[in-house]
Design a protein around this ligand. Structure first.
Ligand code: BTN
Length: 251
């Protein structure tokens, strides 16, 4: 069947595998500025000395144990106002790939992947803009595959969940397959993408405690708005939050 979108089978077509790098996201940025990459190029590393996490955090990973990858995407006329769709689709693809391995996961808004109450993967998307459009997107994914101890951090891995070692390469190939089949939905079926993302949200429709700038409150996550803001129902009111505006409390 003829595919109508341009994002078809690009992910994983070109793979650069490094044994060590500061950050695969940084390496991707250098490739972009040197014009040395294709749309969909994947940079994999066994270890990073300065893995970048969200909100300026460092992403730690035992060498050789986990998936550390950055994909370069050159979107076709994707407005910066739609950048949350990249977050949605990436998170959905990770959940679907984990599902292939019989691991049920959810998305802790905006893009942490949780199994139960433990984080198994994180996503850091860094976009480069030309005017109002995203010219390059670096989609960085850190997924715990075979690491079994996380110190104080409440995290899990595929090996912890399944009690057996998992091939990082096989997981990566499945992730590329999912991304190749689903990224074409960006801009084309926003409503479906939004409802699929919402159906996978951690703590959705359950009463939990949260904290915003005014203090603690109880509410139910009901979804996201069309700009990607988190919606929490508090009594009869629906509150909307952007990144850094809300904190999940443990109970
Ligand atoms: C988070 O804080 O949850 C996001 C973590 C993202 C980590 C990945 S590991 C591969 C890629 N390279 C980086 O430097 N960061 C991302």
């Amino acid at each position: 069947m003829k595919q109508s979108n341009s994002i078809v089978n690009i992910f994983g077509r070109e793979i650069i595998h490094l044994s060590h790098v500061d950050s695969t996201n940084n390496f991707a940025a250098t490739l972009i500025s040197d014009q040395l990459c294709q749309n969909g190029t994947a940079i994999l590393a066994d270890s990073q000395s300065f893995g970048k996490g969200q909100r300026g955090n460092v992403w730690y990973s035992d060498p050789g144990k986990n998936l550390l990858v950055s994909f370069i995407l050159k979107p076709d006329k994707l407005s910066v106002s739609k950048q949350h769709e990249l977050t949605w689709i990436t998170s959905i693809c990770i959940v679907k790939t984990l599902g292939i391995f019989n691991i049920e996961s959810q998305i802790k808004w905006p893009n942490d992947i949780f199994v139960g109450n433990k984080k198994i993967a994180g996503v850091l998307i860094e976009n480069q803009l030309t005017g109002e459009y995203i010219s390059n997107s670096i989609i960085g994914i850190g997924l715990n595959v075979n690491q079994v101890s996380f110190g104080e951090i409440d995290a899990t891995s595929m090996q912890v969940e399944l009690n057996k070692e998992i091939s990082i390469e096989i997981f990566f190939n499945e992730l590329c397959n999912q991304m190749n089949s689903h990224f074409g939905k960006i801009q084309k079926s926003e409503a479906n993408l939004k409802s699929e993302y919402e159906s996978l949200l951690y703590r959705r429709n359950e009463l939990f405690s949260y904290e915003d700038e005014n203090g603690n409150f109880e509410g139910k996550i009901i979804g996201v708005n069309k700009n990607g803001f988190l919606q929490i129902e508090v009594g009869k009111e629906i509150r909307e939050y952007g990144i850094k505006e809300i904190r999940y409390c443990s109970k």
